[in-house]
Design a protein around this ligand. Structure first.
Ligand code: GLV
Ligand code: GLV
Length: 324
């Protein structure tokens, strides 16, 4: 029997690749940069499975370029806004993703960003390396306190809840805005709030929503206008949830204290973005789930989702299935 052909859009950790190579004819895009649109359309032709990253737009054109034998799309991420789900559904193609395994790792990183922005860690590091540490100074690099502060979580799904657990350990008060989570379903210590109230009361605002038409630009100029001047915004969700121009204005005018981003709009952020000139911004290149262990687990799940789809079996984690 000939093995099914699959296209993997970047080298994923061995744990996943080995599983695929045992059962499939695997074409792995070998470069660090993602395939161009043309290369993607070309390489998917005739495959039964696509293992994609969040850097690729997997839409009707890609599915049709692959052909009618395409059986499954497996996204190496928990988010799947890069995949046109209705187009996949219309073609009877299940879409897999990797929830669960990256929850704690991503929550750790959201908390690391929160702390780094609050205590100006990146600025402090640059200060020392620049040879500017001349003495102990009573008023140098003053930040804002984390303990006792109010954290506002926008989105109380898996990652939002994991951030809440960390925050409660730090003695924070936790508010959340999530229309899908009524107060009786909220974990202990998390109080529901209207978005408006959360924006006005929170000292730290951390975003944990998927990117949808409803969440695109949820944090815009009007939202920044409601925040405290000491507020810190943390985004480990998706860049377009925040209006980048409004963010620039809020940070450069000190309308808010600081922001910390793991995601931007566009992504990657252009090297000449004015945001990169600001000292009250901490920024990382979308590495929330980037621990060795977690990326290995994601690779295994993404591979298993792909293999299940090739066999016509239920995916381990299929987008749109309750609980995923
Ligand atoms: C990363 O952003 C993911 O969705 O896994
Ligand atoms: C700081 O190191 C202090 O002793 O206050």
């Amino acid at each position: 029997m000939t093995k099914p052909k699959v296209f993997v859009t970047r080298r994923i950790p061995e744990e996943g690749l080995r599983l695929l190579e045992a059962a499939c004819e695997v074409d792995v895009w070998p470069e660090d940069l993602p395939p161009s649109r043309d290369a993607l359309l070309e390489r998917v032709r005739g495959v039964e499975g696509i293992l994609s990253m969040l850097t690729e737009r997997i839409d009707a054109e890609v599915m049709d370029a692959a052909g009618p034998q395409l059986k499954v799309i497996s996204n190496y991420a928990v988010g799947y806004d890069n995949v046109d789900i209705p187009a996949a559904t219309a073609r009877g193609i299940p879409v897999g993703h990797t929830p669960g395994v990256l929850t704690e790792t991503t929550a750790d990183f959201a908390f690391a960003l929160l702390m780094a922005a609050a205590r100006r860690l990146v600025e402090a590091d640059a200060f020392v390396r620049a040879g500017r540490w001349k003495t102990w100074e009573p008023q140098r690099l003053l930040g804002v306190d984390i303990y006792g502060a109010t954290l506002g979580l926008v989105g109380l799904g898996r990652i939002g809840r994991a951030v809440a657990r960390r925050a409660l350990g730090f003695g924070m008060r936790v508010l959340y805005y999530d229309p899908a989570v009524p107060s009786e379903d909220a974990p202990a210590g998390c109080s529901p709030a209207a978005l408006d109230t959360l924006l006005r009361q929170a000292d730290f605002i951390s975003l944990h929503v998927p990117l949808t038409p409803q969440t695109r630009r949820l944090i815009d100029a009007a939202a920044f206008a409601k925040m405290k001047p000491t507020a810190v915004l943390v985004n480990t969700a998706r860049g377009p949830v925040v209006d980048p121009q409004a963010l620039y204005e809020a940070l450069s005018s000190r309308r808010i204290f600081a922001a910390a981003l793991d995601v931007t709009d566009p992504e990657p952020i252009p090297p000449d973005s004015p945001l990169l000139q600001l000292d009250n911004l901490v920024i990382a290149p979308h590495i929330g789930s980037a621990s060795r262990a977690t990326r290995g687990k994601m690779a295994r799940i993404a591979a298993e989702n792909l293999l299940a789809g090739l066999r016509g079996a239920p995916l381990l984690h299929r987008v749109g299935v309750a609980g995923d």
